[in-house]
Design a protein around this ligand. Structure first.
Ligand code: TRP
Length: 397
């Protein structure tokens, strides 16, 4: 049976983006492949080393969502990346087989850097503004006394304060200028993120890797590293894995942007009934559909977007037609969506409940999975070290 491998960073409770984008796919795959699904805790650390403090709850919550969604530990191997030390070993081997410039060209790194640069610029500007204000205040206090009896005190003060403030601002403009370097913002570990991901994948020598489009460049590096290792050591240890792109690439959140925790627009897996109702009721719709019978544009409406995922296809057609014609109002359309979502969420809540009552179960499942994962990972590393001709303990002279 072909193997499949995928990982997810422990971010805590998951939402419908994960459910429709990833977990439903995992559930199908586990029927036909030997699946390895893991918690990518090392990867989560690359953005912030303090994340480790949240892992206990985040891993528990996330894996409960996996289980609630039907990912089955009897069918798939569920494990924690950092519990299988071979990930770190293979990462080290691969880190010699790629270059810094190959990694700095990664589109994911560029996005990450752009985000950090924007943040850096904001704090820089804030600091400089504060500084300008402070300097201006200093001038005010110093001169207020000196000019106490001067007949033109107010006019002089005004001019001097303005000058000081503008000069500080000008300095701010210059300091904030084009600094294209970002080495100081990116940790060594973050730079190696795609190398670690390649190690994750190739340790299990899978045929397929289900990923989102955003991970395509990482899998490309993985394929390169597999070829480069094989070529360098004249071996065929690594088969070249292929990506499996997931069907629902993007699930929209309640505000019409991509569903994401950072936007605060999520519907959680097993969202409680009351908050589900409230979230759906307040979802964005076509802003041009003001009154109930105004014609709407389903293609820009996040409510319709969710209908397409959860409502039977035939009815989706009717909804689309009636929205366009103005026959269907948003309130009714949302009520209909809720009729589809609520039973599904209820089933998810029910499936999650036994694990919430006995959290130890989650950790037991991960420990059992880790044992199985390690056996496979060890076997790969034995082949890797043999191909490299690395002396190993116990081999003797
Ligand atoms: N980088 C992936 C993501 O953010 C998570 C991940 C880590 C992964 N290692 C992996 C996915 C290996 C697939 C295979 O989604």
């Amino acid at each position: 049976m072909d193997r499949v491998l995928s990982g997810m960073r422990p971010t805590g409770r998951l939402h419908l983006g994960h459910l429709f984008g990833v977990l439903e796919n995992w559930r199908t795959l586990q029927e036909n492949y030997a699946c390895y699904f893991f918690v990518a805790d090392w990867h989560a650390l690359t953005e912030d080393p303090r994340k480790s403090l949240e892992f206990r709850t985040h891993i528990e919550e996330m894996v409960m969502d996996w289980l609630a969604a039907g990912v089955d530990p009897e069918k798939a191997v569920l494990f924690v990346q950092s519990w299988v030390p071979e990930h770190v070993e293979l990462h080290m081997v691969f880190s010699m087989l790629t270059t810094v410039s190959r990694l700095t060209r990664m589109p994911t790194l560029k996005e990450y850097v752009a985000q950090l640069k924007a943040e850096e610029l904001r704090t820089q500007q804030k600091n400089l503004l504060e500084e300008a204000a402070r300097k201006t205040a200093d001038v005010l206090f110093a001169r207020l006394e000196a000019l106490a009896d001067h007949p033109d005190r107010d006019a002089i003060l005004k001019a001097e304060l303005k000058k000081t403030f503008l000069e500080s601002l000008k300095a701010a403009g210059q300091e904030g200028e084009e600094d294209l370097s970002y080495g100081h913002l990116v940790s060594y570990g973050r730079l190696g993120y795609p190398v670690l991901q390649s190690a994750d994948v190739l340790l299990y020598r899978p045929a397929f890797v289900p990923i989102g489009e955003d991970q395509a460049a990482h899998l490309e590096l993985t394929r390169e590293l597999a070829r480069r290792f094989n070529r360098t050591y004249k071996t065929r240890v690594f088969p070249i894995p292929r990506p499996l792109f997931t069907e629902h690439k993007k699930v929209l959140g309640t505000d019409g942007r991509k569903m994401s925790k950072s936007y605060g627009n999520t519907i959680l897996i097993g969202e409680p009934k009351e908050s589900l109702q409230k979230k759906v009721r307040t979802m964005f719709t076509d802003p041009q559909k003001v009154r109930k019978n105004d014609p709407g544009r389903p293609e820009i409406c996040p409510v319709f977007h969710l209908h397409r995922i959860v409502t039977p296809a035939q009815e989706v057609e009717t909804i689309e037609r009636d929205c366009r014609s103005g026959a269907l109002g948003c309130v009714a359309c949302k009520a209909r969506l809720l009729e589809e979502l609520e039973p599904r969420m209820e089933a998810l809540r029910d499936a999650r409940a036994p694990f919430e009552a006995r959290r130890q179960e989650v950790w037991d499942i991960l420990e059992e999975g880790t044992r199985k994962a390690r056996a496979m990972a060890r076997e790969t590393m034995n082949q890797v070290f043999a191909a490299m001709g690395m002396p190993r303990p116990g081999e003797g002279a």
